[in-house]
Design a protein around this ligand. Structure first.
Ligand SMILES: NC(=O)c1ccc[n+]([C@@H]2O[C@H](COP(=O)([O-])OP(=O)(O)OC[C@H]3O[C@@H](n4cnc5c(N)ncnc54)[C@H](OP(=O)(O)O)[C@@H]3O)[C@@H](O)[C@H]2O)c1
Length: 265
């Protein structure tokens, strides 16, 4: 995606994937301060471990507790999280989540924290978190309380969700990732959702998961995570270069790389 964006912008930039062992993270982060380096993206487990190694954090990175984008300016490194705004743009593009009602977040890792942040600050909705390990959902919810102590986010089990009041379900768990038959809500009747409600599955490989098949066969709208992946990259590229590259450049590169035409049903 970034190679395509550099080419579109006529820049001689280069984006490299690099495997970094946890013990090497401080040295690798320090190396980003070199002249000519624009920044970096981080993936698990570095998204959380990098926080104390940076000079500044955006509000999103601090509240989510995860950095996916490091921006270098004159020797200073700032951390941002483009997953949350990327998710919001992807929801808008897909027309999923416009329906009023609560948001259900499946999962309790970094992606789930970004989804909760997006749902609260971007959509202004009530949030329910459902996770395979309930204690992790409870810990996530505990981080979001009003100063007076009222809960903004509730950790519940599947039957604790008021499904008839839900407008959007976000799968931020890894269920389905590389496993087309795995679902975070196996055997769930998505007909329990209001007619206009939708499901956003952050998983993009495979592009049609069992979750999305179940959602669509119940007549509800479902969308995979490709749009979010493209938008989080677009926003990172804009932070590094100051250039707004059209989302189609990122999506086009993804489609080509993942060979979606060939795997489409
Ligand atoms: N589209 C995008 O741009 C984008 C961006 C970020 C992340 N993602 C995707 O979001 C997903 C989560 O990423 P993450 O960084 O938050 O990972 P993570 O921190 O490892 O969290 C994984 C979460 O998934 C749950 N989980 C794993 N396997 C499960 C299963 N079989 N059934 C039910 N729950 C399961 C875990 O539950 P436990 O707590 O019980 O272990 C945990 O809550 C991944 O698929 C990732 O690729 C997509």
């Amino acid at each position: 995606m970034h190679a395509a964006a550099f080419a579109w912008a006529g820049l001689r930039g280069e984006y490299r994937a690099q495997r970094v062992e946890p013990a090497a993270l401080p040295a690798q982060i320090a190396a980003l301060r070199r002249p000519g380096v624009l920044g970096a993206n981080l993936s698990l487990p570095h998204k959380e471990a990098a926080l104390p190694l940076l000079d500044a954090l955006s509000d999103a990175a601090r509240r989510i507790g995860a950095v996916n984008t490091v921006i270098h300016r004159g020797g200073q490194l700032s951390g941002d999280n483009t997953d949350a705004p990327g998710l919001l743009r992807a929801l808008e593009d897909a027309g999923v989540g416009a329906q009023e009602g609560a948001v259900v977040v499946l999962g309790a890792g970094g992606a789930a924290r970004a989804a909760v942040y997006a749902a609260l600050t971007g959509l202004g909705r009530e949030v329910y978190v459902v996770n395979r390990t309930p204690q992790r959902a409870q810990a996530l919810a505990a981080a979001w309380v009003r100063p007076q102590g009222a809960a903004l986010v509730r950790a519940v089990d599947v039957e604790g969700v008021p499904w008839e009041q839900v407008g959007l379900v976000i799968n931020a768990s890894s269920a389905g990732l590389g496993a087309p038959e795995e679902s975070p809500l196996p055997d769930f009747d998505f007909g329990r959702l209001p007619a206009g409600a939708g499901v956003y599955d952050m998983v993009y490989q495979p592009h049609e998961t069992r979750l999305l098949r179940d959602v669509r066969s119940a007549g509800r709208r479902g969308e995979n995570g490709l749009g979010m992946l493209a938008h989080q990259a677009r926003l990172a590229f804009a932070a590094w270069t100051g250039l707004e590259v059209p989302p189609q450049v990122f999506l086009g590169a993804l489609h080509e790389k993942l060979d979606l035409k060939r795997t489409a049903p």
